[in-house]
Design a protein around this ligand. Structure first.
Ligand SMILES: Cc1ncc(COP(=O)(O)O)c(C=O)c1O
Length: 391
């Protein structure tokens, strides 16, 4: 049977993730990986999870192992709502932010609708939107986020939605300044466009001042997404959306059609973990860890990298973004880097439209401090060698 002939047309839009291909390379022995976006396993609170699981099973097994409601476990929704100053009725639990993106796309996006995205942006969001056969309007960015002029150009073209990661962006590591947040909200109001605010890294701030979320600035038009993946464990597949009730209604129905509900068991375990202020303790630990990792990578870049190469200086999160001189091609150079036992993600994959091949993403989440130093040194050799050849 030739299955291809039987697939729906939209399957043509589903592309393999380049990151997965690169991650395969990183599985070689002795590879230093700056490629994946995996949270550090040393931060998973396994013992505490075990205790919470035991408590849930001892006290509430009937409920935890039963079907639950599509909107999610109420005490967990209440905890999330309180933390973000909203009502539980505006909180929808989802099985990972990735599912949230898919559900939002499902209820908003028709074929050939335009979606406004940053250039570069999160590849997983592009892949989620691709399925709905959309077109992209890419907005130019600097270290403070989307440039208002470029954003307005995009908004004038009647897009359906804007997708943005204001805090410690994946892939660029940049944070949208307060002025730019305000400008985005003002423009979205002017052109009457909804915003998807993806905020998986917001709690991972290790430098600078807290900035208000877009949700705080424009609750009437923001669909906010966050997750337990980066502060607790991605294996839980547990995240949430905060949105106006009119939006959550169709999202809830779409989720029902997709998976009925997110695991009751997992939600109850995580709710146990929110007790006794454990979440604050955990977030403090996670932040302190990424701060050290980030500082080690910045120090190594300052020490080994030539001045022709620029990089971002994130205030939180797990990633930083490198811009090489335009004559260098990070996609072509990945082979040389891997031969030197270092992996990164070429930036090309993060662009919806025109790619900048001279860019790449580095993650400092899982490498040891020694590996960060030696890996950055090796990468510097690769890029310096290529620069010397190009000149
Ligand atoms: C910007 C962004 N959005 C969403 C996700 C998906 O997160 P989750 O584990 O909650 O599905 C990620 C994961 O890396 C991400 O970087």
């Amino acid at each position: 049977m030739n299955w291809q002939d039987h697939f729906a047309q939209r399957v043509d839009n589903i592309k393999p993730s380049t990151i997965r291909e690169i991650l395969k390379l990183t599985r070689q022995p002795n590879m230093i990986s700056f490629a994946g976006g995996l949270p550090a396993p040393s931060l998973f609170p396994s013992q505490r999870i075990k205790e919470s699981t035991d408590r849930v099973l001892a006290k509430q097994a009937d409920k935890a192992l039963q079907y639950g409601t599509t909107e999610g476990y109420l005490p967990l929704r209440e905890w999330i709502a309180k933390r973000s100053n909203h009502k539980a009725e505006n909180v929808q639990i989802v099985s990972g932010s990735q599912q949230g993106l898919d559900l939002v796309a499902k209820i908003f996006l028709n074929k050939n609708d335009k979606v406004v995205v940053a250039s570069p942006t999160y590849m997983g969001a592009l892949r989620a939107f691709d399925v709905y056969e959309v077109d992209y309007l890419s907005v130019e960015c600097d270290d403070d986020g989307m440039l208002p002029e470029s954003l307005e150009q995009a908004l004038k073209q009647n897009p359906k939605i804007v997708y943005v990661i204001p805090n410690f962006d994946n892939p660029s590591g940049t944070t949208m300044s307060l002025e730019r947040r305000q400008a985005l909200v003002d423009l979205a109001r002017k052109y009457n466009i909804p915003i998807i605010e993806d905020n998986p890294y917001g709690d991972l701030r290790f430098r600078g001042e807290y900035l208000p979320n877009l949700l705080e600035l424009a609750a009437e038009r923001v669909i906010y997404s966050s997750t337990f993946s980066k502060i607790m464990a991605p294996g839980f597949r547990l995240a949430w959306l905060i949105a106006p009730a009119e939006v959550l209604l169709p999202i809830n129905m779409a989720k029902q059609a997709s998976d009925l509900h997110t695991s009751s068991f997992t939600q109850m375990i995580v709710h146990e973990l929110t007790k006794d202020d454990f979440m604050t303790e955990q977030i403090t630990k996670v932040r302190a860890y990424y701060k050290i990792q980030n500082e080690a990578m910045l120090a190594a870049l300052d020490k080994y990298f030539p001045t022709e190469i620029a990089w971002t200086r994130p205030e939180g999160g797990m990633f930083l973004w490198l811009t090489l001189p335009t004559q260098l091609d990070a996609t072509a150079l990945i082979k040389e880097a891997v031969a030197k036992k270092v992996a990164y993600v070429p930036g090309e994959a993060f662009f919806a439209n025109k790619s900048a091949k001279n860019t790449l993403r580095l993650s400092y989440s899982i490498a040891s401090l020694e590996q960060i130093d030696s890996g950055i040194k090796s990468l510097a050799e690769v890029f310096k060698g290529s620069l010397a050849k190009a000149s």
